[in-house]
Write a protein that binds this ligand. Structure first.
Ligand code: NDP
Length: 334
């Protein structure tokens, strides 16, 4: 067994020393359980929160415990009825080469679906984009949408669904390459490189040009400078699905005292701002899959992955992802 454990709680942005690489004997499945040989696991921004002690909507990872993650792999041994060896499954395996889980916590990967798609485009991040856009964003044809982290699994889903629904879509992404990908692969009408703008004011100028009719939906993934830039551009009765704020996860970005002024826009524009945690809406997964699954199969929805090779590289890939080092859904091939 090879696994990555939490060695200590990070201060600010995580560093390599916050993780430890551990080996041990393979665990044995008990009654009703199965041993899974993990081929890939997912790296997601939410995992930064699990490294802290602070009370959140999810339990923190204990010091010495395996980092949490959804993984995919084959059943190596099963003591559960109806789950046979060799079945391709997904479940919360953690950052590990093998995991023992109750069969009830494992879901077979449907035939014809790329195994890693269940970690991204057809999994938790895809559902997040679909739910947040439709339920909270309430997109209307002819409106303008802005989303940052636009080439990630959430942002790329949001952009493509909004485009298909007849909106003008504006991407914010880090670097020229990701901006080109936002336009060419995900069909955004415009893409703005946040790294090319030192402050919110300069970024706002570029956004105002890309969104000449103002912004009706700001799908909030990042907070920080992007949030500050977008708020004054919101149209009256705009909507903001508040999905994440990855720019602030490391506590690195200092917003000074300008944010309160910017948030005043929420009041005077009568914006509907609604946070959501996708776990509360897991019952919508079948609706999501019946809507988006066929569109992925037909190639109408694009998806890209960034694969880190080898479990030992998971910490560095995770640290890099939080700063934009990934292009596409970050997964680890064990
Ligand atoms: P991504 O794969 O897009 O990875 C994170 C990206 O954030 C980076 O690649 C980088 O993209 C961007 N980023 C990092 N720092 C900054 C910064 N300072 N300013 C602007 N952008 C930055 O992640 P996901 O698609 O998996 O997740 C996107 C967001 O959705 C996250 O905030 C996540 O926490 C949230 N989320 C929320 C859920 C919920 O239930 N509410 C469920 C799932 C995800 P770039 O280089 O382009 O800037």
């Amino acid at each position: 067994l090879r696994r990555i454990a939490l060695a200590r709680r990070p201060k600010g942005a995580p560093v390599a020393e916050d993780f430890s690489f551990e080996t041990g004997a393979l665990p044995e499945p008990g009654d009703g359980e199965a041993l899974v040989e993990v081929t890939h696991f997912s790296l997601d921004p939410y995992m930064r929160g699990r490294m802290d002690d602070a009370k959140s909507y999810a339990e923190p990872v204990a010091i010495g415990a395996t980092m949490t993650a959804q993984g995919v792999g084959r059943v190596l041994a099963s003591r559960a009825e109806g789950l046979t060896e060799g079945t391709l499954v997904t479940g919360m395996t953690g950052w590990a080469s093998h995991a023992v889980l109750p069969a009830t916590d494992l879901t077979p990967v449907p035939d014809g679906v790329e195994p890693t798609a269940v970690l991204g485009v057809l999994g938790m991040p895809g559902l997040t984009g679909w739910y947040g856009l439709h339920e909270i964003g309430q997109p209307q044809r002819g409106e303008t949408l802005v989303v940052a982290a636009a080439t990630g699994p959430v942002g790329s889903m949001v952009g493509q669904l909004a485009k298909a629904a007849g909106l003008r879509t504006v991407a914010v992404a880090g670097g020229a390459e990701k901006c080109a990908m936002a336009r060419d692969v995900y069909g955004f009408d415009a893409a703005i490189d946040h790294r090319a703008h030192d402050d919110a004011k300069s970024l706002r100028g570029a956004l105002a040009e890309a969104a000449p009719d103002g912004v009706d939906i700001y799908f909030e993934n990042v907070g920080g400078k992007v949030l500050e830039a977008v708020l004054p551009l919101m149209n009256t009765h705009g909507r903001m699905p508040v999905c994440g704020m990855v720019a602030w996860y490391g506590g690195a970005e200092d917003t000074g005292d300008r944010l309160p002024a910017a948030w005043r826009s929420v009041l005077v524009k009568r914006l509907k701002v609604q946070g959501f945690i996708i776990m509360d809406h897991w019952d919508r997964m079948p609706d999501f899959l019946s809507d988006v699954g066929p569109r992925v199969a037909k190639g109408e929805i694009a998806w890209r992955e960034d694969v880190a090779e080898g479990i030992e590289r998971a910490p560095e890939a995770f640290i890099a992802m939080l700063k934009g080092g990934n292009t596409g859904k970050q997964v680890v091939r064990v």
